[in-house]
Design a protein around this ligand. Sequence first.
Ligand code: ZN
Length: 218
Amino acid sequence: MKYLNFKNSEEKVPIGKMVCVGRNYAAHAKELGNDVPEFPIIFLKPASTVIFSGDSVVHPSYSNDLQHEVELVLYIGEDVKNADDASAEKAIHGYTIGLDMTLRDLQNEYRKKGDPWTLAKCFDTAAVLTDVVLKKDYRLRGDEKISLSVNGKERQNSSIKNMLFSPAEIVKFISARLTLEKGDLIFTGTPEGVGRVVPGDKIDASLENIGTIKTQIK
Ligand code: ZN
């Protein structure tokens, strides 16, 4: 079992399900040749794929296009179902930054065939996280900068104000279909600039006032 770590708290919470949103930044949907969605596109990652800042991402041998996606991640701190605006916001107890590592070649193949993307998004070390910042310590303004560089060169640089669906809208949408529970995490989608990484590459990612992730590919 994998546990979350918190800034300024000794609490240890087992990681529940990880719900991910696709195409939540218009410029990223465009760079992959996709339409901007009317509703959030949802997929899952299992908690067993999690590693933490400082650990290495292991490049699967069966892919030639491992890509980085930097994302704001919401920490769900209480059970919620059919949330309204207020209970959606209340269920978000904190935030962290995450990497949604993706096998783009597999994803494109599955997409062409109309098959699920599962194995493009789920492999060991496919999710990189760092400490959760609780809302009592910091509340998102909504325009924090989010960025990622590879070997010191900037690849992704945007602001979470460019998200198509806000954190509360995402929690409302998901919780109308699937109960969210304490320990669940929501990856809220990546801005434009995603790209390939190869063994030896070093990734630095940061979300303003929330945290940074350092990892390398092996
Ligand atoms: Zn993603």
